[in-house]
Ligand binder design. Sequence first.
Ligand code: C5P
Length: 244
Amino acid sequence: MSAAPAPVIAIDGPGGSGKGTVAEQVAGQLGWHLLDSGALYRLVGLAAGGRGVALDDAVAVAAVAADLDVSFLSGKGGDTRILLSGVNVSGAIRTEAAGAAASRVAALPAVREALIARQRAFRRPPGLVADGRDMGTFIFPDAGLKVFLTASVEERARRRHNQLKQKGIDVSLAALSRDMAERDRRDSERSVAPLRPAADARVLDSTGMPVESVVKAVMGWVAETWPDAVSNPRTGGAASGLTE
Ligand code: C5P
């Protein structure tokens, strides 16, 4: 008899909904592993650009996705360094341009297919918190807890604007809001694994909510689903790790 698979919390939602921050904090509190699936699509976009591959050349981009040479290194302070073919791209993948490239390559079915096994490999004891667009609908359909986080497009653009400002990146709020709406449209309308809540997801609109309240709400659902995980968190787990 094989052991039961490790438990999964799927946190999906559009860009700027706060799912990355919430996933990181929930994983940290539980001592579970963390998968930032968006980072994989961002890496594919970056690697394809670096090799001069056109982002709409499905066959060539899927080949890039299939042999992506990436390592996720968790640092002591909870920060994660992402190396692409040995080069630190942690900052480069977070730009708006990288996000837009990610959204384009993510619309290609062959690229999504090429990343399935890599994402599922993150599922290991004591558990996994996975954030993305299709974690609950497609990659981990048997996740024990599925959360779909939303917020108004204005609020999401404002949050992203603040994040970028803190990093010293200056973009106009109006442009950001426009790009975000365009990315939402592409992510929701694509034919494979479009952005939508799973039928059994708990939908949380975080407009106007501080991140701590969102984390608290999610941890409440975690406690209902796995009471032991909350009373006995695994300290020393991959608090911030995207570590495979
Ligand atoms: O979440 P993040 O902004 O890093 O994701 C970048 C892009 O990657 C998204 O706009 C989306 O197009 C794509 N993505 C996806 N499926 C996921 C995660 C991200 O299609 N599970």
